[in-house]
Design a protein around this ligand. Structure first.
Ligand SMILES: NC(=O)C1=CN([C@@H]2O[C@H](COP(=O)(O)OP(=O)(O)OC[C@H]3O[C@@H](n4cnc5c(N)ncnc54)[C@H](OP(=O)(O)O)[C@@H]3O)[C@@H](O)[C@H]2O)[C@@H](O)CC1
Ligand SMILES: Nc1ncnc2c1ncn2[C@@H]1O[C@H](COP(=O)(O)OP(=O)(O)O)[C@@H](O)[C@H]1O
Length: 280
């Protein structure tokens, strides 16, 4: 049996990170995002969301060929170009990095898979989304062996099916049980996205987020959510609460914006959502 709670700020609000007088940019959390090529929009959306959620430093590690695209479209987000795998590994080993995100726009390739494993090998929090998840299709055991503390995977239904080999059920109790079983099987927090997002830990904690507006069904909204989770993890928020807070704030940002929402609109709404949460 499980006890499913509905996601609400009371569950995580006191744990939201806040800067203090002694903070510097690196001490506020450093999110390193793998930037893809030729799909570059997804990592940029994630990076803007990570920065707006309070990480003091957000950087995109990008193949050298993509440097002009990333650098011309980003100001506060740093771009770290690499020419080959060894240079990327050096970027990953920067001791100041406090969380990683891989998947948005990464491409379904052996390189993406190896970079995901290299991120996991650091022992720091990792968010695995989109293409990076797909590179582990049907390989839950491999994921489980590689996953250490604070790993979050964020599949939509299609990715859930490809990684865990089962279609997410439509009836709620079965769906929740499936996500809990998936979390146990891979040893990570599993966040199954959808109109109602389910968040489950390997230890059996589970939450359901119910306040997302249907305007969130728009390209890139999931990339924004992944960046938000990575940001809260980088700032030291416990992983389950970071997932719950990011999912709630993501939905709230969309609600505040209203109709006509596109993914680019979400990062800019985060400050108003955070401000209201930190005031109450
Ligand atoms: N601005 C940018 O740069 C953006 C870049 N992006 C990046 O592009 C990359 C590939 O993105 P993508 O959309 O081609 O792949 P993906 O989402 O896996 O769809 C493939 C197939 O999966 C299915 N499917 C999808 N969603 C489903 C669901 N909820 N529930 C069930 N099934 C679902 C559906 O197939 P069907 O089931 O309909 O046959 C669909 O045709 C990826 O790296 C991403 O991060 C995007 O984030 C957009 C903004
Ligand atoms: N009908 C819906 N109602 C509310 N939220 C939705 C709905 N459909 C999708 N979402 C949310 O929108 C986001 C879509 O993410 P995802 O499927 O990864 O798209 P993308 O890959 O384009 O970023 C998720 O946060 C999901 O929970």
């Amino acid at each position: 049996m499980y006890d499913t709670q509905t996601n609400a700020p009371a569950l995580w609000q006191p744990l939201l990170p806040q800067p203090h007088a002694q903070s510097h940019k690196y001490s506020r959390g450093y999110v390193l995002i793998q930037g893809g090529y030729p799909v570059t929009g997804a990592a940029r959306l994630a990076a803007m969301a990570a920065a707006r959620c309070g990480a003091g430093m957000t950087a995109i590690a990008a193949p050298e060929v993509a440097l002009p695209i990333y650098a011309s479209a980003l100001l506060s987000v740093m771009v770290k170009p690499y020419a080959h795998a060894a240079e990327l590994q050096t970027l990953l080993e920067d001791t100041r990095v406090s969380s990683y995100l891989i998947g948005p726009g990464a491409g379904i390739s052996q390189d993406t898979r190896l970079t995901t494993l290299a991120m996991l090998a650091t022992g720091k929090p990792v968010v695995i989304d989109a293409d990076a998840l797909t590179t582990f299709a049907g390989q839950t055991d491999t994921l489980k062996q590689a996953i250490g503390a604070s790993c979050v995977i964020t599949p939509h239904e299609g990715e859930f099916k490809s990684v865990f080999g089962i279609s997410a059920a439509h009836d709620r109790p079965t769906r929740i049980t499936q996500v809990m079983t998936a979390a146990q099987a891979c040893g990570a927090i599993v966040l199954l996205k959808g109109a109602h997002t389910i968040i489950a830990t390997p230890e059996g904690r589970v939450l359901i987020n119910e306040q997302a507006p249907s305007t969130l069904a728009t390209a890139g909204a999931g990339d924004v959510l992944a960046g938000m989770i990575a940001s809260l993890l980088a700032q030291g928020m416990p992983a389950f609460e970071a997932c719950a807070a990011a999912t709630w704030m993501h939905a709230q940002a969309a609600r505040l914006f209203g109709v006509g929402l596109i993914a680019e609109d979400l990062p800019g709404m985060i400050p108003a959502v955070l401000q209201a949460l930190l005031k109450t």
